[in-house]
Design a protein around this ligand. Structure first.
Ligand code: 9YW
Length: 419
């Protein structure tokens, strides 16, 4: 059973392999996505280490001069996706978007390095990637934390990777829709519209893209100009974990300056995460920087925070919080609290389970000694695969496979869990 599932997962990854990068799934997402690639590389590393390194190298080959790593790289034209390169208009030779995604590459590179069978290759590749990843981390603090709080803001929901989370609803009320150029969505022709973000949300996604485009994609201006500035605990936890991992990696490679700077960013950020903790919810919450208030939305972002080396007591509380969630669903971990009125079991990030998020939560909880909950999450991942194949996401009550099928990072996570 185990070997059969690993073989099936490898076949999914091979199917979506375009040589130098993978697509998340054929049709719906025909380009290279940032955090998909970093997490998918973990899967490749189990059966083809050179290919794993290539995935991350390709990503960083398209890093912007200021350090930003874009969220999509449009390697080849494809009309099946909206918004394409013409809408972003970032003016790059190989087109990319102008926003970023959760910085999980630092974590992935350290893990692939630690497990490498080909140590010489790993040292060569990690040494080259180290300054690039570090530059990206520094870019975040320079551009997305102008007040030096230790935490960074996202300026577009797509940056979080949790596109239509309930977390953004209130802030999205402040994003206008006037002046949005007419467009035709393509996602709804590949996937069930009932399981996707709404048209109203898409208009606001595009308004923000047009706004940033009008500012020439100058990252020194975008944060302050954006009506959407959210400090997401999940996103920041990924950044802090990657900074901490990069510090360890840099240390083992003798790069003391990168090690010290990375450690300082991680320590400051983890201390600042305390400002996002909610005793009432037993988890972290988003902070809406535009209005200076916490967002009262019990989503998975505040649970994903367990991926960072947070204090033991917080990890224990998150473990308890997950046990409470388990009382209202069949599978863990739903992307929104099933007892909350906004919960929508099959609509993208408003309820469904995503294996990559499960993997990161489980990894953090295991490190914190919360092994029972970590194991339960991993078991649920495998049950979902057995029921529904390698889908993009799953219903937390009925295990319905949703979104795109034969999904790369879902397959990669299965290889990670089973290997
Ligand atoms: C979109 C590729 C991406 C993920 C995101 C997910 C979705 C794309 O798919 O966004 O057009 O909405 O939300 O996390 O990286 O798998």
């Amino acid at each position: 059973m185990t070997q059969k599932m690993i073989d099936q997962a490898k076949a999914v990854m091979r199917k979506n392999d375009r040589g130098l990068y993978t697509v998340p799934t054929q049709g719906l997402y025909p380009f290279q996505w940032n955090w998909d690639s970093a997490l998918s590389a973990l899967g490749f590393a189990h059966f083809d280490e050179p290919r794993a390194w290539t995935e991350i190298e390709t990503l960083f080959a398209h890093q912007w001069e200021d350090g930003m790593l874009p969220h999509i790289i449009f390697h080849q034209p494809d009309d099946g996706y909206f918004p394409g390169p013409d809408v972003w208009a970032t003016g790059r030779a190989v087109p990319t978007t102008g926003i970023t995604q959760p910085p999980v590459a630092g974590f992935a590179v350290r893990r692939i390095f630690d497990r490498a069978r080909d140590k010489a290759l790993a040292v060569e590749k990690a040494r080259a990637l180290l300054p690039q990843i570090h530059a990206w981390h520094q870019w975040f603090f320079a551009n997305r934390d102008p007040q030096g709080t230790g935490l960074v803001a996202i300026i577009h929901p797509w940056e979080s990777g949790r596109d239509n989370s309930v977390d953004w609803d209130a802030a999205f009320e402040r994003v206008p829709t006037e002046g949005v150029e007419p467009f035709t969505r393509r996602d709804t022709s590949h996937a069930n519209p009932e399981h996707r973000p709404t048209d109203e949300q898409y208009k606001r996604y595009i308004w923000l893209v047009q706004k940033f485009r009008s500012l020439g994609w100058d990252n020194s201006k975008l944060h302050d100009a954006s009506p959407f500035q959210i400090v997401d605990p999940g996103f920041n936890a990924i950044l802090m974990r990657s900074c901490a991992d990069l510090a360890d990696l840099a240390e083992s490679l003798g790069e003391t300056q990168i090690a010290d700077q990375s450690r300082a960013m991680a320590d400051k950020g983890i201390a600042a995460m305390e400002t996002l903790w909610s005793d009432a919810h037993g988890q972290y919450l988003c902070f809406d920087r535009s209005i200076g208030a916490l967002v009262d939305s019990p989503s998975i972002g505040g649970i994903l925070a367990a991926f960072a080396p947070i204090p033991q007591a917080r990890a224990r509380a998150i473990s308890e919080r997950i046990k409470v969630l388990a009382e209202s669903c069949t599978y863990l971990v739903p992307s929104h609290d099933p007892t909350a009125p906004e919960f929508d079991a099959l609509r993208y990030w408003r309820g469904p389970i995503w294996l990559i998020v499960n993997y990161m939560i489980s990894d953090g909880l295991e490190f914190a000694g919360q092994t029972a909950v970590a194991d339960r999450i991993n078991r649920d991942c495998l049950r979902l695969i057995e029921q529904g194949g390698f889908a993009e996401y799953y219903g937390p009550i009925g295990a319905e496979p949703c979104g795109g099928d034969t999904f790369t990072w879902t397959a990669a996570m299965v290889i990670e869990i089973l290997s």
